[in-house]
Design a protein around this ligand. Structure first.
Ligand SMILES: Cc1cc2nc3c(=O)[nH]c(=O)nc-3n(C[C@H](O)[C@H](O)[C@H](O)COP(=O)(O)OP(=O)(O)OC[C@H]3O[C@@H](n4cnc5c(N)ncnc54)[C@H](O)[C@@H]3O)c2cc1C
Length: 434
């Protein structure tokens, strides 16, 4: 069946309501021929065409400002090779769907981020990552993909093709990804250990903790003297959580009660210090064991805005000290999240060429954040920080080029694959150039 090109208008908004668009056209192809036809039509008309994933980026990276290519009806049955432990899936498959398929076949992704609502192509295209000093982000698991370029040409890009280092984390700027092949590992369980720790101890020991644990991160509420330290390891003894305890911790306390506390802080800003103090103290100890994806990913129903930066791991203590001073001086109801990742060789990866520590700052939806984020961005910029492509920041191509050694190679490949900028939008014009 060919793609259908309809000209209705439908407002598009991302998860955080920080980006909106009113696409003039919406196409919903259900197969590769349909995608090719829609790209060619857009190119002939000189129109732009954007493929949003689940809309979970905080930036306007996915905003369909002209044409929207809706791939939700483009479904490809997963192909699993249990010998090589590789899976090939359609690009619009969500991580939740992927995890279920892998689980049923005794496989898993080696690492995941905090949620599983994103699409495979959306998550990898922006450099989505979890935490783990020896592990890269999700795009580093890609071993091949199929891409329709800006002229409607289909490219099979395999493991040995040097372009894979760019298209695996391509910001949605190089073409429409139709299928992705991912390297998986045998399914594994994680023992989760979550406990409060004095902030000064967490800072002093963080580097060693990152080396000693498979996955480590901490959450710190601005002004609090303690953090919630989360360690996930592949071995250890613990029982699974009961479904009641999981609901109580991950849904009721982390979403319903925390959401109510945030609403109180938003309505009465003078209450923010009390709200964060109570929230920080409410972080309690628990240890449990479960399938890896159920430990990595938890529901996030409280809406927020976020900026996240990667800096070289050796800069952790200095950068955190500056962030702590800045965040403590403000009314912020949401915690700072600190994670790590291994260096990789993807051209636009925030961890390109350097072991990295990630600092994510958040604010509750509807509360002022810009001054806070600006102040944190200045700290990160001074530490040669690289912003997460899917999270808020105010950097542009000129200064991003200096922090990515392969930036010029990426833009040269963009000139080849999308010379007419069919896949661009305002955000991509800003961060990659027009
Ligand atoms: C609650 C929440 C929690 C989060 N947790 C984490 C986390 O733990 N770690 C982390 O690193 N990030 C995290 N993020 C950020 C999120 O993972 C990224 O922003 C991700 O890109 C969102 O995926 P998506 O499917 O929503 O893609 P979208 O945001 O919709 O799109 C992102 C980009 O991918 C492109 N794209 C999508 N599909 C295709 C395709 N088929 N072909 C070509 N390009 C395509 C889009 O055009 C766009 O350029 C979180 C976000 C939220 C809202």
């Amino acid at each position: 069946m060919r793609g259908i090109h309809v000209t209705v208008s439908r407002d598009w908004t991302n998860w955080a309501s920080t980006a909106t668009a009113k696409p003039a056209t919406i196409a919903a192809p259900t197969d590769v021929d349909g995608i090719v036809a829609d790209v060619r039509t857009a190119a002939e008309r000189g129109q732009r065409l954007k493929v949003p994933g689940s809309g979970h980026s905080f930036t306007g990276i996915a905003a369909p400002e002209s044409g929207l290519l809706d791939l939700s009806g483009f479904r490809v049955p997963p192909v699993i090779d249990t010998t090589t432990k590789r899976v090939t899936v359609g690009s619009s498959t969500t991580l939740r769907e992927l995890n279920a398929v892998l689980d049923a076949n005794g496989l898993a992704l080696a690492n995941l981020g905090d949620i599983d609502a994103q699409t495979v192509a959306g998550a990898t295209s922006t450099g989505t990552h979890g935490t783990g000093g020896a592990l890269g982000g999700l795009a580093t698991f890609i071993r091949g993909l199929t891409l329709v370029d800006g002229e409607g040409v289909v490219h099979e890009i395999g493991e040995d093709d040097p372009r894979l280092k760019a298209v695996a984390l391509g910001l949605g700027a190089l073409g429409v990804i139709t299928t992705v092949t991912l390297q998986c590992v045998d399914a594994f369980a994680l023992v989760a250990d979550e406990r409060p720790m004095p902030l000064d101890q967490a800072v002093a020991e963080f580097d060693a903790l990152a080396d000693q644990n498979d996955h480590v991160e901490f959450f710190w509420f601005p002004r609090a003297e303690q953090v919630l330290l989360k360690r996930n390891n592949r071995s250890g003894e613990a029982a699974p959580l009961s479904s009641f305890r999981r609901w109580l911790d991950d849904d009721f306390l982390s979403n319903s009660v925390f959401g109510a506390a945030c609403r109180l802080g938003r309505a009465v800003p003078a209450m923010v210090p009390a709200v964060t103090a109570v929230s920080a103290k409410a972080l309690s100890q628990r240890t449990y064991r479960d399938a890896s994806h159920r430990v990595f990913c938890t529901p996030r129903r409280v809406r927020f805005v976020e900026m996240e930066y990667a800096v070289p791991r050796e800069a952790f203590a200095e950068v955190f000290a500056a962030l702590r001073a800045e965040a403590s001086a403000r009314r912020i109801v949401f915690p700072v999240e600190v994670r790590v990742a291994a260096a990789d060789d993807l051209w636009l990866s925030t961890a390109h060429g350097r072991d990295s520590v990630y600092f994510a700052v958040h604010q509750f939806q509807g509360m002022p954040y810009r001054e806070y984020f600006d102040a944190i961005e200045a700290i990160m910029r001074a530490a040669d920080g690289r912003p997460h492509w899917g999270k808020m920041h105010w950097r542009s191509a000129e200064d991003l080029a200096t922090t990515y050694p392969r930036f010029a190679d990426f833009t040269a490949l963009r000139d080849e694959l999308d010379p007419a900028r069919v896949f661009s939008n305002s955000y991509l014009d800003r961060v990659l150039g027009v």
